[in-house]
Design a protein around this ligand. Sequence first.
Ligand code: ADP
Ligand code: MG
Ligand code: MG
Length: 311
Amino acid sequence: MSDSPIVIVGTLADPHARAIYEGVRARGCEPVVLDAQRFPEDLPIALGEAPDAVVIEGRRVGRPASVYVRSLYQSPAAYGVDADEAMKEDWRRTTLAFRERSTLLSAILLRWEALGSATYNPSSLSHNITKPFQLTLLQAAGLPVPATLWSNDPAAVRAFCSEHEAVYKPVAGGAATRKVEARDLTDERLDKLRAAPVCFQELLPGDDVRVYVIDGRVVCALRIVTDAIDFRQHEQRIEAIALDDQVARECVRAAEVIGLRYTGMDIKADRHGRYKILELNPSAMFLGFEQRAGVDIRGPLCDALVAHRSA
Ligand code: ADP
Ligand code: MG
Ligand code: MG
């Protein structure tokens, strides 16, 4: 097993991929990097029909012991992808090229999963990450989630917002969370739902808490102290906290239900002080949280990756 490599999927220009790369090296293993950003321009890859016939830059990777997936940079709009020029020149051709590229790259990760490589996190779970599905998986497992409506139907939105003090946010991502005000429920405003559906959710007024779970264990929980509804642009202070046992158990269970070996999940308390789960992120960033709160997340993550070498 010891010749099975640890693979980092992502570019080393990404500080998170680099941190894991360096952490694994510091533990005495030289990881293989699948730098998806260099593919196909500068990274030769050859796949054969056998599951383990994956050759990257001339090296047959076989069955990795473990795989850390930062990103495959799958879409022209993904973080770390610069496709502006190519899209301007020929969006159709660029989109098709992205699909060719991402079909091959996804297949590599799926093969490794199928071969039994411990993957942080498996791309076969992408449907479980899809937010309007993720929350129902949690709900169906009996875990606490906020009342939520995803819709483009003005009548349904008005009914939901008359029952709940609500926020709205994107279905998939890309914009901040805002409180629903009376002016958001006018005909003109709701007519905008014809352009795209929106997520409406019970407002959770409690503190934002980020919980990191690795291999079924809460590694740390961090409270983000802020006055703003969406903490990201307005962080004030981040501090490590102890979760009570029941909440910690719910977080571990949530990671298990969604199928994530590694996750940074967002939880927030409702007006009764009861934590509800907002989301589980499959490739959660950790550097900012480590730095601000003085916690160690990459250490346990690298330990987990390396542990599979002797498994
Ligand atoms: P993402 O981080 O993927 O964009 P989240 O669901 O975590 O999506 O929402 C981003 C942030 O917006 C949360 O961390 C929180 O600060 C705020 N937020 C989201 N949903 C609610 C809610 N129901 N009530 C209050 N604040 C919310
Ligand atoms: Mg979030
Ligand atoms: Mg998220």
